[in-house]
Design a binder for this molecule. Structure first.
Ligand code: MF3
Ligand code: CO
Ligand code: CO
Length: 287
C-alpha cells in the first residue's frame, strides 16, 4: 500500500510467500480455509501456561525487534522479513502466515489503517504512524502482541494518540480482575478514551488465545454489558484496543483484510496477551 496524491494509503505490491523450515511445526489451519473450532475453553493448566509464556515472550521479542528496526525509507515488507526471520530463528511459526489466507508473517497498519494491513512495498516516511501486530506459534500454542510507534518526527497530536492508546490498553488490562465480567475491560478503555473525544473501534476485539489463535472468547474494548463472561484465574486472552482521532467507523479494502477509518484520520493500537492470576492480570507478552 503506497500512497495516493492526498497521502492516503492504497494497496501495494506483495513479495512472494516466505518459507518456513519444514522442521517448525505449523498450526492446524495452515493450508486450510480457516481454523478448526477451538476446544477446551479459555482456562489453561499450569503446563500449558508455561508453553503460552514461551510463545508470548517470543512474540514480544519479535515485536521489539521489528519496531526498533523501523526507519524511514524501509518498506513494510522489509519489516515482515525481519519479523519472519526472527520468529523462525526461535523455532516459532508466524501465526498470521496462512491464517484464513493472510499472506504475511505480521500485520503492518499505518496511519488510517485500523488493523490487518498487509506488508507490501509501501515505504515508511518521516511522521508515519506504524502498528506492527505479530504472533508466535510454538509448542502448540500462540502468543499475540502489537504496538504502535511514530516513524521519525511526528506531531504532538499523534504522540498523544500513541501514549493514550497505550494507557487505554493498560487500563483495560488492570481492570481484568478475577470475579469481574469481561465487560469491565471495555468500560475502562472507553471511559478513558472518551476523555479525549477519541473513537473506540467496536467490531474488532480482544480474544481468547492459547491453543488456538482466536478461541471464540470476545473481549470488547467498549462498554457493552452483554459481554458477561466471568474472568477466572487461569484464563488467557488479549486486550488490544484500536483508538481513533475521529470516527470509529471503518471501511474494508478489496483485499478483505485492510481496515481503514471511514474518515481516513489516524488510528493507533496496542495489544498484550495476559494471564489472569489470583492477584490479577499478568502480562505475558513482555520481551
Ligand atoms: N494478531 C491479530 C490479532 O490481534 C490477528 C491477525 S489475523 C491476520 O488478533 F490474519 F490478519 F493476520
Ligand atoms: Co489479537
Ligand atoms: Co495481534
Amino acid at each position: 500500500m503506497p500512497k495516493d496524491k492526498a497521502g492516503k494509503l492504497i494497496p501495494g505490491k506483495l513479495t512472494p510467500q516466505r518459507a518456513v523450515p519444514a522442521s517448525i511445526p505449523r498450526p492446524e489451519y495452515v493450508g486450510r480455509p480457516g481454523p478448526a473450532p477451538h476446544q477446551g475453553g479459555d482456562k489453561y493448566s499450569d503446563e500449558t501456561i508455561t508453553r503460552i509464556r514461551k510463545a508470548s515472550k517470543i512474540a514480544a521479542q519479535a515485536l521489539e525487534v521489528v519496531l526498533t528496526s523501523a526507519k524511514p525509507g524501509m518498506t513494510t515488507d522489509d519489516l515482515d522479513r525481519i519479523g519472519h526471520e526472527f520468529l523462525i530463528s526461535q523455532n516459532a511459526y508466524p501465526s498470521t502466515l496462512g491464517y484464513r489466507g493472510f499472506p504475511k508473517s505480521l500485520c503492518s497498519s499505518m496511519n488510517e489503517v485500523i488493523c490487518h494491513g498487509i506488508p507490501d512495498d509501501t515505504v515508511l516516511e518521516d511522521g508515519d504512524l506504524l502498528n506492527i501486530d505479530i504472533s508466535a506459534y510454538i509448542d502448540g500454542v500462540h502468543g499475540d502482541t502489537n504496538g504502535t510507534v511514530l516513524v521519525g518526527q511526528g506531531s504532538q497530536e499523534l504522540e498523544d494518540l500513541v501514549t493514550r492508546t497505550k494507557e487505554a490498553m493498560h487500563r483495560g488490562i488492570n481492570a481484568a480482575m478475577p470475579g469481574r465480567q469481561v465487560n469491565i475491560i471495555g468500560r475502562a478503555i472507553e471511559t478513558y478514551a472518551k476523555r479525549y473525544n477519541y473513537g473506540v473501534v467496536k467490531e474488532f476485539t480482544g480474544h481468547g488465545v492459547g491453543t488456538s489463535f482466536h478461541t471464540g472468547l470476545i473481549i470488547p474494548h467498549y462498554d457493552e454489558p452483554a459481554y458477561d463472561t466471568l474472568i477466572e484465574v487461569g484464563m488467557v486472552f488479549t486486550v488490544e484496543p484500536m483508538i481513533t482521532l475521529g470516527t470509529a467507523d471503518w471501511d474494508m479494502w478489496q483485499d478483505d483484510w485492510t481496515v481503514t477509518t471511514k474518515d481516513k484520520q489516524h488510528t493507533a493500537q496496542f495489544e498484550h496477551t495476559i494471564l489472569i492470576t489470583e492477584d490479577g492480570p499478568e502480562i505475558l507478552t513482555e520481551a
